[in-house]
Ligand binder design. Sequence first.
Ligand code: SF4
Length: 694
Amino acid sequence: VIRMGQAEKSVTTTCAYCGVGCSFKAELKGNEVVRMVPHKDGKANLGHSCVKGRFAWGYATHPDRITTPMIRNTIDEPWRTVSWDEALNHAASEFRRIQAKHGRSAVGGITSSRCTNEETYLVQKLVRAAFGNNNVDTCARVCHSPTGYGLKQTLGESAGTQTFESVLQADVVMVIGANPTEGHPVFGSLLKRRIREGAKLIVIDPRDIELVKTPHVQADYHLKLMPGTNVAVANALAHVIVTEGLVDTTYVAERCEAASFRRWCEFVSRPENAPEATAALTGVPAETVRGAARLYATQGNAAIYYGLGVTEHSQGSTMVMAIANLAMATGNVGRMGVGVNPLRGQNNVQGSCDMGSFPHELPGYRHVSDATTRALFESAWGVTLDAEPGLRIPNMFEAALDGSFRGLYIEGEDIAQSDPNTQHVEAALRAMECVVVQDIFLNETAKFAHVFLPGASFLEKDGTFTNAERRISRVRKVMPPLAGMADWEVTMALSRALGYPMDYTHPSEIMDEIARLTPSFHGVSYDKLERLGSIQWPCNEAAPEGTPIMHVERFVRGQGRFMLTAYIPTDERASKRFPLLLTTGRILSQYNVGAQTRRTANIVWHAEDRLEIHPHDAEERGIQDGDWVGIASRAGETVLRATVTARVQPGVVYTTFHFPESGANVITTDNSDWATNCPEYKVTAVQVVAVSQP
Ligand code: SF4
């Protein structure tokens, strides 16, 4: 229901969907939101918004909201509503019982990029200080963990280099494995504006995304590659740049490591990396690769924007490093109009990584094995910290199945729907003795939970989100929490029940602690956020008002490092049994697993996930547009309706994953990135057959 009416007051806050981080005024009548209006002074959106953000308030008061804590002894029993005290004490005593019986490391926590920075910081603090281990991870594990790894190795910082407005000074834009006009619509519009103004556009994607051809925008080159061959394409682009003498030698000599550059040049120059040698594998004609490489390297400011089509592969981290290599070799890092820019899927992916919610890193990307960093946090938190990295999300599942991991606290994340190989995830959850889910809805994961703690939507709390351009923006309480507590208060109460009290009276105090303990946040405070509107980190003594562009005079790591990026084929290859390659993506009106957008007015635009299949493959299987089809992989099978379209190439099928009943992640496998375990959602070998209606 879309409610319009005379607003009595408005509160400025930040959209809780994608990594653009648009600023909105939530207009209220009494305690009820009647409209979300994009804020004209919002630095990430400049007064614009998309169809998701406009209607984002709808889910907050949806009848499906659970506002009372619940417990049950086994997952086959019905839920029993209880008081906050009973639920929290039950969860705490179960976690302590498990630790007494199976050891300190038998429990852990998962936080979400939907949570605020302050909430994520508290979850990792609870795990490290109250549980006494490093078994904390975030849903960024399954999206941009390769960005964190790859950019740190090459440039020295796990973050994008630019501010969004920088694209307006680009002469060439290369979009790799991202669909900005659907996934990041406000940035997608800014990008289209720049292309209309005359900038050149290169798209690398296995599918005809909207940017490839619209009435006003057309890509100069579309490298329509086969899924799983990103690194081979990047190496072919690098081959052309090096062998045709297109390297910015002055920039490289001044700013990059000479030895790693020499090794990289020798590697990419090899004949097997030539576009002519890789064309049969990648499906991209050699002349297209050569033309795109020349355009990227020679036309002035060249910027790369990339998404999960880069990271969610068995070589996700390799591809991120290959992208950074291209940018350094052509002198395209360190000023407006250029850079390496990950488009983050969720509102606070950057922030959840910054806040130390990885099992190997404390806040500010400092390794847990570093004694100086540990001493800093030990002194502030009054505990002794574990020096060994903890379990990543996939390792938690494996440990649950072998019996060594028995208890899990999950805040704001629906792992049973969003993680790959659903059967494997469900088996791991079933094997645990205590699963505590803190969420606003009884999600798919809650089916396997023993304790349910009601969460609060972004409209019910104070805090901050950090968007894809490292911009920290305020989230402001628009209405009181429906369950009486915001998530940061619930985590605090659970920690107290575990015997490790935390006593913050407002999220600003949590941010003050983060700023004290994290060098890149030393200058951040709520007062400064009020004054400046938002701040791009690093914000500290050297940059008191923040840093729109990184690596300006030198790279954060000193000299830029070229990494070797050998192409290693994924195990998910087309075979006689599974002859097609499935890749996945999103659609404009829905957001991720759809828990929020399916409960807003957005549902009218897109009410099911469909399988896109090329006319040639459809005809071979007797499939017509709109028919039901069965899809099987080595992980599982599901049924969807087909859309017959040449947007995908022969041999490739595509679907979205916004609806739990579509079971997209029943099919995806647990193949993952070699460095970070980010799942390979983007390539699954499948068979598709016509079926009668399920
Ligand atoms: Fe902005 Fe993204 Fe929200 Fe749309 S979904 S309003 S682009 S933050």
